[in-house]
Design a protein around this ligand. Structure first.
Ligand code: ADP
Length: 654
């Protein structure tokens, strides 16, 4: 299981981490929303309950009135129409209550005796029910309804209206009991018999009424109490109560009211109480609706808030997952770059913590790599002073670079030493050649002069054998002169003292002159000169002649079996190209460049056979290049070699 979780991709793990709190948040949001909905439902139930309580109070009032009219009708047989009108009011309230969804009112007519209402009414209409029984029926129903009304729910949501709810219930009780008291007083005033007994019999009800009044003055809100006290002072309710109080103090009737006057005054008094109760209901109803509206608004706001919270959490989680994935991707790229040997990664804006430390490590690796690379680079350039710091004794790269630095430094110092020694040797050699050539030049020149004088003498005397020997001597002298001249040229080239005397001359003429000079010394070789073109060149006539002479001498020297040497002049763009072709053993391509180097001679059978210093082609190359031309060789094995040199032509001529 652990292995399974470990192998899950990081993005999936992060998603899981993100999804779990979101699921919890959604779960709790649903719970909170449900609770809020239940609260609203509860408040609405309370409103329904309170509304129905108001209807019960109204029903109690209507039944009270119906009782009064029915009683009057039973004793006086008058105002039957008023009874009928009141019955309609009563019935309409009963039908409203029957339709209520309030469980407290379930089949309420059965236990409030109201299921016998129609039966009682019929008995009243047919005068088969005595007045006391009528009053008793209605009073029983009212008392029962009052107990129904008294079950007022007490909960947090009703707190702000609870005091008024209680006050109105007490008022309802007071109205019920006041109704009984005033009916009994009316009865006594009407029949004018057993008056003191009636008062005595009603005294208990009066006391209950008084206790309700005390409860009202204790439990009602200050505003309700003030209103009540004012009404007691200023309205017929106060007049009614003063008269009742007096009756129960003295238990004797006086002549203040006859029964009709009493009915009028006490009806007004009762109505004052009824109005206060109704007003309380109205204000309770209004405030409860306000509570409900506030609660619904809170519920909707809560829902909105939760939705926003969920969206925020999702957005944050998505952002963080994306951010972490991006950071890891950057680190992976950095690591990959390092693995490819790249440096200077510049990981920026990394967070602190695990990822930050990882980034720091990668940056450190990169920094070290960069430092080592730069150090290696500097070492490669020959700067051995650069500092190489190994990171630990296991830092193979650092150790290797340090070793490389040491070895290369050693090697470089060896090389410098050898180079210095070589330079010294070369310098000594060049100095030797320079001195030697200068010292040799004078005696060789005079030797040559004497040889030529002796040759002239031998030729004149006809001594053929002597002449032949002296000719050989002269030829050797010439070779020696060439060698000494080459050495002198080299030292001049070395010192930058080789001076070129530039003149304009015809190439064709120069080639002809050089061939003419050489031809007598090599009688068995045929020099074929077929110029394709001719040109005027501005050059050092003698030096260019020296080059051509050198090429021809080489052709003779290195192709001893050749019977023919072909010399050409061709045009190549603005250059005139001269070539010397022999039919010797040729030169392999590897040697094409090398033979133009100083003192280079191809090793092999001809090395000893043909004396030389390996300077002719080197000097020729220097001369031709100083004139802005080129010199090169082409050859095919066993088919001879062709040497070319080009010079910028001033003008091509026929
Ligand atoms: P040297 O003739 O004194 O050796 P050069 O510089 O004139 O010096 O020539 C260099 C070398 O080039 C010669 O030693 C020879 O081996 C090679 N070489 C020059 N010309 C020819 C040629 N025509 N055929 C074959 N090899 C040649």
């Amino acid at each position: 299981m652990i292995v399974f979780f470990r192998r899950l991709p990081l993005t999936l793990k992060l998603l899981l981490i993100g999804i779990i709190p979101i699921l919890f948040l959604i779960y709790f949001s649903v719970l909170i929303f449900k609770e809020k909905s239940q609260t609203v439902e509860l408040i609405n139930d309370n409103i329904e309950r309170v509304d129905q309580s108001a209807n019960i109070s109204e029903l109690i009032n209507e039944l009270g009135r119906e009782r009064g009219y029915s009683y009057l009708y039973s004793i006086k047989k008058t105002d039957h129409d008023k009874i009928v009108a009141h019955r309609l009011n009563t019935d309409s309230i009963i039908s409203i209550l029957k339709k209520s969804s309030d469980l407290g009112l379930y089949r309420f007519d059965e236990y409030t005796f109201l299921n016998r209402l129609n039966e009682t009414r019929a008995a009243i209409d047919s005068s088969s029910l005595n007045p006391d029984a009528i009053v008793q029926f209605y009073t029983d129903a009212i008392v029962r309804l009052n107990t129904l009304n008294s079950t007022i729910p007490s909960n947090t949501f009703l707190k702000p209206v609870y005091q008024d709810l209680i006050a109105q219930r007490i008022l309802a009780e007071m109205i019920t009991y006041l109704e009984i008291i005033r009916t009994n007083i009316f009865n006594a005033l009407f029949i004018r018999k057993y008056m003191t007994e009636t008062l005595l019999g009603t005294y208990g009800v009066y006391k209950v009424y008084k206790s309700y009044e005390t409860e009202f003055l204790v439990k009602a809100s200050p505003a309700s109490i003030t209103l009540y006290n004012n009404e007691k002072k200023l309205t017929d309710y106060g007049v009614t109560m003063t008269y009742i109080n007096k009756l129960f103090e003295t238990f004797r009737f006086d002549s203040t009211y006859n029964e009709e006057q009493w009915r009028a005054v006490s009806t007004n008094g009762l109505n004052v109480l009824r109005k206060q109760q109704r007003d309380l209901w109205k204000s309770v109803d209004m405030r409860m609706k306000e509570i409900s509206t506030t609660e619904v608004r809170t519920k909707n706001l809560t829902l909105l808030f939760l939705l926003i919270a969920i969206l925020f959490v999702i957005a944050f989680i998505a952002y963080f997952i994306n951010d972490i994935t991006r950071l890891l991707r950057e680190l992976r790229l950095a690591a990959r770059k390092i693995s490819r040997g790249e440096t200077d990664l510049q990981l920026k804006n990394m967070p602190s913590g695990v990822i930050g430390n990882l980034a720091k490590s990668i940056n450190q690796i990169d920094k070290n790599n960069l430092r080592l690379t730069e150090a290696a680079n500097e070492i490669g350039k020959g700067n051995f002073d650069v500092e190489v710091n190994t990171r630990s004794d296991k830092d193979l790269l650092g150790i290797s670079i340090k070793k490389m630095q040491h070895d290369l430094q050693e090697f470089a110092s060896q090389k410098d030493k050898i180079q210095k020694e070589t330079q010294e040797l070369v310098y000594k050699r060049d100095e030797f050649f320079s001195i030697a050539s200068h010292e040799l030049k004078t005696p060789v020149t005079s030797l040559k002069a004497y040889t030529q004088l002796l040759l002239m003498d031998a030729t004149g005397s006809g001594d053929l054998q002597r002449e032949k020997m002296l000719q050989r001597m002269n030829a050797q002298m010439n070779k020696l002169t060439v060698l000494i001249n080459d050495l002198l040229d080299i030292s001049r080239l070395q010192n930058g003292k080789l001076v070129y005397n530039l003149h304009t001359f015809e190439m064709k003429q120069l080639v002809t002159e050089i061939i003419d000079e050489i031809e007598p010394t090599s009688e068995d070789i045929k020099f074929v000169f077929n110029p394709d073109t001719n040109a005027l060149v501005n050059a050092d006539h003698d030096r260019i002649g020296q080059v051509l002479n050198n090429l021809l001498i080489n052709a003779i020297k290195y192709a001893p079996d050749t019977k023919k040497i072909i010399i050409t002049l061709v045009r190549k763009d603005n250059y005139i190209v001269c070539s010397v072709h022999d039919f010797g053993s040729g030169i392999i391509p590897d040697e094409y460049e090398k033979i133009f180097e100083r003192f280079y001679r191809i090793s092999g059978h001809n090395k000893n056979t043909y004396p030389g210093l390996g300077l002719g082609l080197y000097i020729s190359k220097e001369i031709i290049e100083k004139h802005g031309g080129e010199i090169w060789v082409e050859s095919e094995k066993e088919k001879g070699a062709t040497f070319f040199f080009s010079l910028p032509a001033e003008k091509f001529i026929k």
